[in-house]
Design a binder for this molecule. Structure first.
Ligand SMILES: Nc1ncnc2c1ncn2[C@@H]1O[C@H](COP(=O)(O)OP(=O)(O)OP(=O)(O)O)[C@@H](O)[C@H]1O
Length: 303
């Protein structure tokens, strides 16, 4: 069974705005999926459809085999959601908040206490566990909201910009937690972000969305093959013979663009056989950012 599926999923709001247009994709368990797109692309609408908060205009979707439009309670029990503005109680401590939300999910008190302690520790909130939420900083709230989403051991986790307000150390902790959950517990992560560099650090698969349409999806390698095959080869060499396809970009530095790695040995051979001396050869593949910009023109809205 796939963890998440979307089949021709579309959503038109009552005012006529078509926010999601015929998106189809499927995710395996344990995948860390980066759903990437600029502001207003349709990411939140898609997540709301997957959570049963909105009903599709066309098509359908499933989370762990359940259609969220038909069985929202099953989907809620199996999933956790972290948004920027999670509702929690300011007059309760972090620990009390976690135990309260665990009880809503039907987790017994002993289990929720144990689970809350582990999560507070993993998210560097051990001491903050006994502090009222009203005294928390934005980053602490964000981490507590992550703990809240995980308190009932969800099988699917929806995240919206999970590290945007966090300092580098806290962001690393959250990233480690996400990776471990996916790898060790098979939790499927659906992560919405417009920070491409961050996504490339953590995701195993990507979907690029713009104006409600899925522009491309796949692993980084699949996207590279589909969208921007090849690599820029940089060579540091001396006495390079004339007549090669190499472009001189600095002292002893040359560059060329290749379609496939098979071209590298021939380039190297030509230089060596022509009397050149090679000191280093590196192939630089397109980043997620390069791929995104090759697909879209809206560079100003995305990092
Ligand atoms: N309730 C609503 N009624 C009408 N239009 C809406 C509603 N919610 C969102 N939209 C519109 O649908 C489009 C997609 O919005 P959505 O919030 O899904 O984008 P997003 O990719 O999550 O953006 P962001 O990165 O800013 O959170 C936008 O044009 C938005 O204005």
């Amino acid at each position: 069974m796939k963890a998440i599926t979307l089949q021709n999923l579309s959503k038109t709001y009552s005012g006529g705005k078509q926010a999601v247009k015929q998106i189809s994709l499927s995710l395996e368990r344990g995948e860390v999926f980066g759903f990437l797109g600029p502001n207003g692309a349709g990411k939140t609408t898609t997540v709301k459809l997957l959570n049963g908060m909105l009903v599709p205009s066309e098509g359908n979707c499933s989370v762990m085999g359940f259609d969220p439009a038909e069985k929202p309670e099953k989907v809620h029990a199996l999933s956790g959601v972290v948004t920027e503005h999670a509702q929690m109680y300011d007059n309760l401590t972090g620990m009390q908040n976690l135990i309260f939300f665990a009880s809503i999910y039907g987790v017994c008190k002993t289990d929720s206490l144990k689970r809350a302690e582990v999560l507070l520790e993993q998210l560097n909130l051990e001491e903050a566990g006994n502090m009222r939420l009203s005294t928390y900083s934005t980053g602490m709230r964000q981490r507590l909201s992550m703990a809240r989403a995980l308190i009932h051991r969800p099988q699917v986790l929806f995240l919206d910009e999970p590290t945007s307000g966090l300092d580098p150390e806290s962001a690393q902790n959250v990233n480690r937690l996400i990776r471990n959950m996916a790898k060790q517990e098979g939790v499927t992560i659906f992560l919405c972000t417009h920070q491409l560099r961050y996504a490339q650090e953590i995701c195993t698969k990507y979907g690029l969305i713009e104006e409600g349409k899925l522009l491309a999806e796949g692993t980084l390698d699949q996207l590279r093959k589909k969208v921007k095959p090849g690599a820029a080869v940089k060579i540091y060499a001396d006495n390079v013979p004339k007549g090669t396809s190499l472009q001189e970009i600095g002292t002893h530095q040359y560059e060329t663009v290749i379609r496939s790695d098979d071209e590298i040995p021939k380039i190297v051979r030509n230089i060596v056989e022509g009397g050149g001396d090679i000191y280093s050869v590196t192939a630089q593949r397109p980043s997620l950012e390069d791929i995104y910009f090759a697909l879209t023109t809206r560079e100003e809205e995305i990092l």
